[in-house]
Design a protein around this ligand. Structure first.
Ligand code: PGA
Length: 253
């Protein structure tokens, strides 16, 4: 079975102490994950080491960075490279979140560079894609996300594409309380998988986890994750509340 993943995205929230308590509360629940299930915490950079050591003894629990820079190293004050992230033992990194694309003008080409740097440094990228409301209303979301995949991913050879995770996050559903219906989620996830299959073959496409993001909550996670092509979620708001995120981890297939 493909990896099923509950990924928390704390964004720029919580103090260090609040973050530590949140992790403690979640880990205290002692949810035993099956070998194909993962719980991942994308935390602010200064919390990565703490998070990594908190989850170290819990099987299939991992820390993730929320971003990395698109250059290998050098005079880029304030930026953090994939190599730096790898050097503290962190194995996941969110790439191309819509907030980074929008507020920091990240382009598909820069995201391709970030993916390469992650993979060169043994980091699994969680690559985000998804359309804004105007595109959904125009009904051209498939074309829109296909271009995001093509321009950022399709330079990768088959043996590397298997090492990435995709998160489909319709921008109109992020932080709005508006969730895609299970039909909408399944439809576009299946479409994304078909785009991957056209490029890399059905066998490889069937091995790539595609997470849904956008107002995943404790009370809708099970239904969303039950879709055959939805392999878990990337969760913002509800990942900041221990009891909610616990339910979301438990909702994994
Ligand atoms: P949300 O955020 O769950 O608060 O909608 C999801 C995300 O941006 O990853």
């Amino acid at each position: 079975m493909r990896k099923q993943i509950a990924a928390a995205n704390w964004k720029m929230n919580l103090t260090f102490q609040q973050g530590e308590k949140l992790l403690d509360d979640i880990l205290y629940e002692n949810i035993i994950l099956a070998s194909h299930q993962y719980a991942i915490f994308a935390v602010p950079y200064p919390y990565l080491l703490m998070t990594r050591s908190e989850v170290d003894n819990a099987k299939n629990y991992h820390a993730a960075a929320q971003n990395c820079y698109h250059k290998k190293s050098g005079a880029y004050t304030g930026e953090v490279s994939a190599e730096i992230i790898h050097s503290i033992g962190v194995q996941y990194c969110v790439i191309g979140h819509s907030e980074r694309r929008e507020y920091f003008s990240e382009t598909n080409a820069q995201l391709a560079d970030k993916l390469n740097l992650c993979l060169d440094n043994y980091i699994t990228p969680i690559f985000c894609c998804g359309e804004p409301l105007a595109i959904r209303e125009a009904g051209t979301q498939n074309e829109f996300v296909a271009i995001q995949l093509k321009e950022s991913l399709f330079h990768l050879p088959a043996e590397k594409i298997k090492d990435i995770v995709i998160a489909y996050e319709p921008i109109w559903a992020i932080g709005t309380g508006k969730t895609a219906t299970t039909e909408q989620a399944q439809e576009i996830h299946a479409y994304l998988r078909s785009v991957l299959a056209d490029q890399y073959g059905a066998d490889i496409a069937s091995q790539i986890s595609i997470l849904y993001g956008g107002s995943v909550k404790a009370n809708n996670a099970k239904e969303l994750f039950s879709c055959p092509d939805v392999d878990g979620g990337l969760v913002g708001g509800a990942s900041l509340v221990a009891t909610d995120f616990i339910e979301i981890i438990k909702a994994l297939k």
